[in-house]
Design a protein around this ligand. Sequence first.
Ligand code: ZN
Length: 1016
Amino acid sequence: MKMLKPIVGIILGLCAWSTSTVFAQSGDQILDGIGETGLIARYTFEENAKDWSRNNLHGTIEGSEYNFVDDKVFDKVLSLPGDGKAFITIPGEMLAGEESLSISGWVYLRSSEGGAPLFDFGKNGKSSFIATPAATDGFVAQVCTENNTYTASAEAIALNEWNHVVVVINVPTKSFSTYVNGTLVREVKDVDVELKQLFDSRKGAAEQFVIGKSLTSDAASLDAKLHDFRIYRIPLNIRQIGWIHFSARHPEEAEELLRNRQDPDLPEFSESTPQLYNEYLTSVPTVEVETEVGFLPRLPRFVKGVYSNNFQGPDVRVLWPAPEDNKEVLSAGKYAVTGRVAGTDIQPKAIVTVVEHDHDHTAPHRTLEAFDLNEVELTEDVHDHETKFVENRDKFVDGLLETNPDAFLYMFRNAFGQEQPAGAEPLGVWDSQETKLRGHATGHYLSALAQAYSSAAYDPAIQAKLAGKMEYMVNTLYELSQLSGTPKTTGEESVADPLAVPPGPGKAGFDSDLTETGIRTDYWNWGKGFISAYPPDQFIMLEHGAKYGTDNDKVWAPYYTLHKILAGLMDIYEVSGNEKALDIVEGMGDWVHARLSVLPTETLISIWNTYIAGEFGGMNEALARLSRLTDDKNYLETAKLFDNIRVFFGDADHSHGLAKNVDMFRGLHANQHIPQIMGALEIYRDSQEPEYFDIADNFWNKATGDYMYSIGGVAGARNPANAECFTAEPATLYENGFAVGGQNETCATYNMLKLSRNLFLYNQQAELMDYYERGLYNHILASVAEDSPANTYHVPLRAGSVKQFSNAHMDGFTCCNGTALESNTKLQNSIYFKSADNDALYVNLYVPSTLKWTDKNVTVTQTTAYPKEDNTTLTINGSGKFDLNVRVPHWATDGFYVTVNGKKEEVKAEPGTYLAISRKWKDGDKVELRMPFRFYLEPVMDQQNVASLFYGPVLLAAQEEGPRKEWRKVTLDAEDISKSISGDPEKLEFEIDGVVYKPFYETYGRHSVYLDVILK
Ligand SMILES: [Zn+2]
């Protein structure tokens, strides 16, 4: 990855390692070049056993005979006395659902008598993972299961000096290794173990993770000093381990080294490996494209190719260069662009004509509207079977009914210094006491309650319960928000002006201390209208340049959390009419406006480009929406204060950026930026400034065209080293993507779907809803556990991986557990749209459902078993003239057949378009649509033999017996791949060479979503 150039003297906070100037010792654990998402917990042991990762898995030091002592190398370290009295325990749930594991730590042994372990993790004496630096046997690491013991022993490590030791259990490669001081000292192969054999990861499981002592014996404990003990969920490779070892003592040089690092952890292919149909390709004709001055052209990603021997191959994916500015199009004229095709020497050409623009730039109007959730009901399929949609909806609605709102209010009351009601328990994970993102789940919860309430029109009893929860939530939050900036008791002093908020009582400055004893609760000083689950300090610190981290001078993402809360309140306002909900949002909107509107633009650019800290979710979207709900243009102006100027406009002069079709988001954190783009579209809705539409439209085109995996996810970078980022360069998924340990963050697809449907309301391009179908079936439906509402964070797409689900009981939320609450309470929201003038109906998705088109007094019932069958029936009750626009999916190349009341209609249906059926509809009219499914491959653009298999809209995953290191090899018939596949389309269960393939959304075991395909 290229290093980023500073703009207006500001360090751009992109993915963690690219901007790293502060290193491990500061507690900035994300900046270690491996990527925060791989880290489970980190104990620096400088002054306590706190977890410095964002997961807050704090350890406890047992006993009293320990000290934090000065150290020549690492300043302050933990000293354990070795008399059996002091050791550290860490929380049992930390390894829930992990696949592989790496432990890294610095140890200074003073004695290795007695055989005390460095660590001992396990559920009992029979199953454990233990490492012991003993004097006689050397350094011994062992994995013991009921059936096997694997030992990776090494030379004894030197006494009375610091040693860096790492132990890795790599489940996919079935290996177990030890490293000392950056060098591999032992590797054991053919290790047949899964972590669940070793650990009981239930929340509250008995003490089973101990550092400095044995789990089974009380006798020995470690006589040593400890520093920087880390637990990773990924199998660290030699380079990463070398990096941790080196950077601890040479931070500056390490940064330079890191820039040039490549991870060797993805299978590589030789240049001569055939890349599917490209093997038969002979040429690609030159294309001609026109663009206007200033705007980079949209070059066609797929061009019709010429194949040898009249072979009918698919359109060819051309990889064009992707400039980071618009220099080439600053004046009228012609220029040529040369592209390439993966696996060939062919260099396709595009001739670009740049023309002056001779008209006012315009963008489309929002001509369509979505239906309210209560107008569309999900139903059973045509054979009376429950669909995945109903199943997942019910898991979440049932889960929501079980929740206690006091859990979601806990940290709000805590921040305002209020008593907790009897029985109130705090949430865990990212909403726990000291987590600087606390309150984020509450925002999602508000949205979910509103959506579930509206959706549950089918059951008034459920609606009544949800209405009660909504009202209680809003009333409590309203009371708290009214406290802000008003005297505690009449006559006492208070600070109403948001700009005059002082530091907390007795504090010299602002801090993000949220501990029970350290948190400020002087709400009367917080300015009128303030609401959050923490005091205002994080917002204020951000204005002064605070970075992301867990120290008290660092922040997480205050505006990200706020966006969820404001959006949730507006969702409740819109379904319930509860004015208090809107009042809270207006109050906080005013507070935000007061603070941000006085900041210089340079400061705003700096804040919004700060990694994670400046992540603001869709604050721009929320404020634009507030402006519309209140008809107050001031909030629209506040929304624009959140413009990500660099990404939107290139620079402060608005030279290029997405507004001019320049990709300025490569290498950035995906889910940080997608909601900002949705915000740009929402600003366009009310401002009608066309650049904002272009930003959203260009972003969508690039994100889905250049960064998308087959399930619809867009994040997963190996370069930069953060699985939550877009790849460092566009159209390089194989070169820079497929991060180890997880790829597609589920939130990002939630946000891409939201953006896609909203763009479609302006611009009825079928590709938008084709994408929607892909992401909905193959990621969102696929992200929920089989028998609970537990759901995925990253969805791993490497060979033989397995999905990990969490939050079955809705009591501990990551970001993705939050968006899952929303996704699964609005699964029906994009099946149908209507034109704003009620003259047209759009049927976007083929899902069993009933639409009550209230404005038209028409009901449309869709009966189908799709995607288990390739047809659907729309029955119209009521009457009226309207266009029925049905989506002809991009993959429906084997025809699209329409009958009306049993009579065949002669239609010309192009795949990837909408087909309009216009008539005066009568009560009982029936429209039947049939679109034969076919098998097809979706290759990775830069390594085309690595491809996913689809059947119609459904991604088929190979069901794997165990972990895998290599992609599954599959040989398919070159002329017709279906000849190599057998099975039952109505069950969507197929077989190739004896291996079973099932929809990814029905896959819960190990899977291969990508295959290594050879055509014969
Ligand atoms: Zn997420």
